[in-house]
Ligand binder design. Structure first.
Ligand code: GLU
Length: 505
């Protein structure tokens, strides 16, 4: 049995989109389920699209999501370098090997020459405008030039690319783990460039060479790569590696909420939801906030992502990362696109906030509260407060509104109670304040009992005075149990808030 080795192979071209993190997640789950290795390979051979900082950002996103790779440019490993730009010479060697074996050739045509020929063919009514088996013999390449002419051009430093010589009429077959048996003809496949004029490989050559040399057993990638699969199968064949070709799975797209096409970063801007894992400064769109900054727990984020295209068949939706590792299978990934639903994403977050206790939530909530500049008590007390309010928090950022009155005096919306205010209520709160200031215990039940008995003595329904007490302590009509709040903020602060409100009413 071959050791399971999978790879996530992003190009460092910008923010890490939901779809990319999901691919990484499925790789991670598969590797961990099978006791294999999860490799991060940086595919940075397209220097025109390279973005400074994007590689570190990808690594940071995987760390935040809790799915770090085992091998990568920063984690190291036995199969490095893990950055394609550092493997340039390796690709050249294989491109030349393909030329030797007659499966590739040098092509010297300039883009203008290729366009001119296309024009000519178009004028003759020829539809197939690809550089391939039916046009390659009309072009300027090592198939049409003599060996001598070819060598002369190369030694003179003429720019050239290396193209694969695709044999037409072959039916390529392979089994896609998600899509089942795939059959495609090489007739429509053009002679793809393998090595570019700058000496860098294209994706087609690099992915085959690297997956092979890194001993990748399974390649999971976006479905946009399915049309390229025949070239890759041919390259495995031409390089003599067909027997150890990885097993492929082409993952479904993540779709816009209405199902109309692929979810893009612009959809996020337009519809007001995140599409990146973490915030990213986009040259055209500016600073785009990610799931992290908008208050998602990584646990919820990966749970939601796992379910975008996969389920375990039981209807269960809430899974921890460890549980996912237990039950995940690539065979259960659906082949059709999965619609992104932001409300559902928030539902996952809310469920996870409810599921985790104060101590587990503390590391995520604390930075959110600290950012507000609140004067915070010790961690134990914050954990207690988190437990009191978490039911009401869908996003981590909701903890600010739901708990800041524990840490500082709120702006009290007295108009919520002033309409129904009367002397009797003033009397009630004055007496209450007096009793509570000399009350022995300061605990939930005693506060509640003394409050209710005073209401009884004064023939007030508890409800009539509970809401005013809440507004005095919290500022508005929300929050957890009012005696829990009084308990947490303490005697002095409770009385001060009551008395301050009384002086304004
Ligand atoms: N660099 C490719 C991409 O970002 C990788 C595709 C693959 O996983 O093979 O889409």
């Amino acid at each position: 049995m071959r050791r399971v080795r999978v790879r996530f192979a992003p190009s460092p071209t910008g923010g890490l989109h939901l779809g990319g993190v999901r691919t990484a997640l499925y790789n991670y789950l598969f590797a961990h389920r099978k006791g294999g290795d999860f490799v991060l390979r940086i595919e940075d051979t397209d220097r025109t699209r390279f973005v400074e900082g994007a590689e570190q950002y990808i690594i940071d996103c995987l760390d935040w999501a809790g799915i770090p790779p085992d091998e990568s440019p920063v984690h190291g490993g036995e199969y490095g370098p893990y950055r394609q730009s550092e493997r340039k010479e390796i690709y050249r060697k294989y491109a030349e090997q393909l030329i030797e074996s007659g499966h590739a050739y040098y092509a010297f045509d300039t883009p203008e020459e290729i366009e001119a020929l296309r024009e000519k063919l178009r004028a003759e009514g020829k539809e197939n405008l690809q550089y391939g088996y039916d046009s390659r013999m009309l072009m300027k390449n090592s198939l049409t030039l003599s060996v001598k002419e070819t060598q002369k051009l190369i030694s003179e430093g003429a720019p050239y690319v290396i193209r694969v010589k695709v044999e037409p009429g072959i039916t390529i077959q392979f089994n896609d783990i998600v899509r089942g048996p795939i059959e495609m003809s090489t007739d429509t496949v053009d002679d793809k460039v393998l090595l570019k004029a700058d000496g860098m490989p294209t994706y087609h050559l690099a992915v085959v060479v690297d997956d092979h040399l890194m001993q990748i057993s399974h390649s999971f990638r976006g479905e946009e790569w399915l049309p390229s699969a025949p070239v890759h199968v041919l390259l495995y064949k031409y390089l003599g590696w067909e027997d150890v070709m990885p097993q492929w799975a082409h993952l479904p797209l993540i779709l816009k909420p209405d199902g109309n096409g692929k979810l893009s970063k612009r959809d996020g801007q337009r519809l007001g939801f995140p599409v990146f894992a973490m915030e990213w400064e986009d040259p055209n769109l500016g600073l785009i906030q990610g799931f992290k900054e908008l208050g998602f727990l990584p646990q919820a984020f990966i749970n939601m992502l796992a379910m975008l295209g996969w389920n375990d068949g039981s209807g269960k939706e809430l899974f921890s990362l460890d549980e996912l590792v237990e039950v995940f299978s690539m065979e259960r990934v659906q082949s059709h696109g999965a619609k992104f639903d932001y409300e559902k994403a928030k539902w996952f977050n809310h469920e996870w906030i409810k599921k985790m206790d104060g101590a587990e939530l503390l590391p995520y909530v604390l930075p959110v509260l600290e950012k507000e500049g609140l004067d915070l008590p010790d961690n134990n007390k914050i954990e207690t407060i988190i437990n009191l309010v978490k039911e009401r928090c869908v996003l981590l950022t909701d903890f600010v509104a739901q708990s800041s009155f524990f840490f500082k005096k709120p702006d009290v919306q007295l108009d919520l109670i002033s309409g129904k205010w009367d002397e009797k209520k003033t009397e009630f709160f004055k007496t209450l304040s007096g009793r509570w200031s000399s009350h022995d215990g300061w605990n939930h039940d005693e506060l509640e009992t003394s409050f209710k008995s005073l209401a009884g003595e004064m023939q007030l329904k508890p409800g009539e005075v509970l809401l005013p007490l809440r507004v005095m302590l919290v500022g508005g009509k929300f929050g957890p149990g009012v005696f829990d709040i009084a308990l947490q903020i303490g005697r002095e602060e409770t009385l001060s808030r009551i008395n301050e409100a009384l002086s304004c009413l």
